[in-house]
Design a protein around this ligand. Structure first.
Ligand SMILES: Cc1ncc(COP(=O)(O)O)c(C=O)c1O
Length: 383
């Protein structure tokens, strides 16, 4: 294993960090020297490896997780006049991409302070005759109630899309998150469990959906530059108006290296979270949501605590920052943003009830015991 990333040098305990293995560096140099940088054989290799890792029939690499969501929604047929139900406690990419298809996001609530995933009963309450799809999130890498979501989608004839940006390696009843619905979307942004910088992956078992996703990824063109370079094709047709959402070869080998060490990364994260939970849960009225649930294996993307009501979260965050400890908030609920205030037509009492109380602590596999102790000690002092 090589060095940890740059963020170590600016924070005593950064929120996230990237592992930089020697194999990754060597593989990147080899691709750079190869002279073939745009989408080609390494992207294909990354797709095969990811499909094998998740058990999906198809994996389609894309430029980032937002592109993955956008294409998944489009391939699922979401468009003007449709509604897509999505939890408000989520990254804004989910709502933005729904809007980009021409559909409208309809926000649903979460279970409560102990379960920050969507509340299936509230998803049901949010449905209308215009609902086309449900976009579920596995918050922080904790699998949401997929039995309920799948049953509901089937009963109402809806497409179930999984935002699995937090959940590579997480499983629900032994099956990989992202592979339970019609289509699953992953992000490889730098702070994720499988960090590439920018990158994403879409998985599906549906052959037609996969073919459509591949076309949408690259301008609707029937051949790739790589095919033409190899002499396997000399021209192309365009069969739908697509995008350039391709991944490139350099990032594909970074992804392959990070995928190889993902199980180790997730296991190390689980240990850090167990330590946080042991010491913090119940201290000063603070709780850690997502007690262990039978048959669900989380990927531990985020270490989120729910502060006691009335706690000065901003004060705590700035005090910790002064001591070199980086924290964050996942997430300011989408329905409260200026751009989405008008589309907020439903009461979301559980989401609103935790919005000012969520605090995300540093979490990554390379976090040392001493760093974890520092975070715990300083947080408890500050509280
Ligand atoms: C839950 C969730 N969905 C979607 C995204 C979008 O991914 P990306 O940043 O790779 O576009 C992110 C990450 O940033 C995310 O956390």
């Amino acid at each position: 294993m090589g060095e940890q990333g740059l963020s170590e040098r600016t924070w005593r305990v950064p929120l996230a960090d990237v592992p930089v293995g020697d194999d990754l560096v060597e593989d990147v140099l080899a691709v750079v020297r190869s002279g073939w940088w745009s989408m080609g054989p390494r992207v294909e290799e990354f797709e095969h490896a990811f499909a094998e890792f998740t058990g999906a029939s198809h994996a389609i690499a894309v430029a980032n997780g937002t592109a993955a969501l956008h294409l998944a929604l489009l391939a699922a047929g979401c468009g003007p006049g449709d509604e897509v139900v999505v939890p408000s406690l989520n990254f804004v990419a989910a709502a933005n991409t729904i809007v980009h298809t021409g559909a409208s996001p309809i926000f649903c609530d979460i279970g409560g302070p102990d379960d920050l995933n969507l509340d299936p009963a509230d998803v049901e309450a949010a449905l209308s005759e215009r609902t086309k799809a449900v976009l579920v999130l596995h918050y922080g890498g904790h699998p949401c109630d997929m039995d309920a979501a799948l049953e509901l989608a089937e009963r109402h004839g809806l497409v179930l899309i999984e935002d699995a940006a937090h959940a590579p390696g997480a499983t629900y009843r032994g099956r990989a998150c992202g592979t339970l619905g019609a289509v699953g979307c992953f992000s490889f942004f730098s702070n994720k469990n499988l960090p590439v910088g920018e990158g994403g992956m879409i998985v599906t078992d549906d052959d037609d959906l996969a073919a459509r996703l591949r076309l949408l990824r690259s301008h609707g063109m029937t051949t790739l530059t790589w095919d033409r370079h190899r002499g396997h094709a000399s021209s192309y047709d365009v069969v739908l108006p697509g995008f350039n959402y391709r991944l490139d070869e350099v990032r594909a080998v970074v992804g392959l290296a990070q995928l190889r060490r993902l199980p180790e990364e997730n296991a190390a994260r689980a240990e850090v979270v167990a330590r946080y939970r042991e010491v913090l849960h119940g201290s000063s009225g603070l709780t850690m949501p997502f007690e262990r649930v039978e048959d669900r294996k989380p990927s531990h993307h985020l270490a989120v605590v729910v502060l006691a009501e009335g706690t000065d979260r901003d004060g705590i965050r700035s005090s910790l920052a002064d001591q070199g400890i980086q924290t964050s908030v996942h997430y300011p609920p989408i329905h409260r943003f200026t751009s989405y205030r008008d589309s907020s037509r439903r009461p979301l009492p559980q989401t609103d009830g935790v919005a000012e109380r969520l605090l995300t602590l540093p979490l990554y596999g390379g976090l040392t015991d001493a760093q974890v102790e520092t975070v715990v000690e300083r947080l408890l002092q500050t509280l």
